[in-house]
Design a protein around this ligand. Structure first.
Ligand code: TXA
Ligand code: MG
Length: 332
């Protein structure tokens, strides 16, 4: 692995791109200070240039190099002290050293400190801030294992480091600390109430309904994370599903169904496959398995994937956000 880390670091220093694991999802990384290298990320993903990237740093001591962190010393210290390294990205005013291509011309930059030993080793070895979006073609499901990356971007990137299954499975929470009241721009594993508690002030939580009508950044697109297969959501606990069947249908529950003798038995007669994201409904497990299950079902070419929405608490808000946006393409 040391040789892999050295090779990845060399590639990045030479202006190349590499696939790296993080604790949230796999990333497609480039030297954020090298405009030409960053451009490759947009080309490989087919991502529009107006959708800014997240800058990855080794620790909070790097913040000063790339942002005007001193404008928000208390908030930054509280958030980084409590959650870094970990799945939360903060928005700060950017310094001129960061090329406009990274931030799509915004005056702010999104910064995160990932908690995966391989990503951290590459940051340390290269001593470079790394711009890294999720390693999926633009608009498609995000990858949480190397197999998922290989199946989509495999022929477009030379160096891919395998760091196993991502522990969190959903992209980081994005928190704008530059607004008067701190605001969640993307929900993730670290939820609003935990952030409010650490900050000791109110936090504006994410509301998918408001955001999809009026996105403030391109990443808040109504439609994202989409499978090619038609994806239909049903409310948590609903078992009256026959109306949603269309062609070869697979069903995914949030947890292992208990009544295999009752309603679920009838569904078994109709469905081509019945799966569940977790055995016991643990939402952290649901999050971890969400994207890999959706991509696996997509590659199996069913006509319809019926998927249960999670309870909307804690990380359930982030899971539900990804599902709503993934199914948006198929809603009439
Ligand atoms: O967990 C993660 O954050 C993963 C891993 C690889 O670190 N990265 C990730 O990157 O999810 P990406 O590019 O898929 O999503 C970045 C999001 C986009 O929604 C983008 O609009 C938002 O961050 N973003 C970036 N810069 C921003 C800024 N200055 N203000 C507001 N939003 C910003
Ligand atoms: Mg993404």
């Amino acid at each position: 692995m040391n040789a892999d880390i050295a090779a990845a670091s060399q590639e990045l220093k030479g202006g190349g791109v590499v696939i790296l694991p993080t604790e949230t999802v796999y990333g497609l990384a480039a030297n954020a200070l090298d405009e030409k290298a960053v451009r490759k990320i947009f080309t490989i993903k087919g991502r529009p240039l107006n959708n800014p990237l997240i800058l990855h740093v080794l620790d909070s001591s790097w913040l000063e190099r790339y942002s005007h962190v001193k404008k928000y010393p208390v908030r930054v210290e509280k958030i980084t002290g409590a959650f870094w390294p970990g799945p939360i990205t903060i928005i700060l005013p950017k310094k001129a050293v960061i090329p406009d291509i990274v931030t799509s011309g915004y005056g702010t930059v999104a910064i995160r400190c990932p908690d995966h030993p391989i990503f951290r080793a590459v940051l340390l070895a290269s001593d470079l801030p790394l711009a890294a979006p999720s390693a999926n073609p633009f608009g498609y499901v995000s990858p949480t294992c190397i197999g998922q990356v290989k199946a989509t971007l495999g022929d477009r990137v030379k160096i891919m480091l395998d760091g196993g299954e991502c522990a969190v499975g959903l992209e980081s929470t994005i928190l704008d600390i530059t607004s008067t009241v701190p605001k969640i721009l993307r929900p993730g594993a670290i939820a609003a109430d935990a952030i409010a508690k650490v900050l000791g002030e109110d936090v504006i939580d994410y509301d998918v309904q408001i955001v999809s009508k009026n996105p403030c950044v391109p990443g808040q697109l109504k439609q994202h994370y989409c499978t090619d297969t038609r994806l239909v959501l049903f409310e948590h606990g609903n078992r009256d599903l026959s109306q949603y069947f269309a062609g070869r249908t697979a069903i995914v529950f949030t947890q292992r169904p208990k009544d295999f003798d009752g309603t679920v038995k009838n569904l078994q007669l109709l469905a081509e496959a019945i799966l569940w994201f977790s055995d016991d409904g643990n939402l952290n497990v649901v999050a971890r398995n969400l994207f890999s299950t959706l991509q696996r079902l997509d590659f199996a070419h069913y006509d319809t994937i019926l998927c249960e929405r999670p309870p909307r608490t804690g990380i359930g808000i982030a899971i539900d956000d990804r599902l709503l946006r993934a199914a948006a393409k198929f809603r009439r």
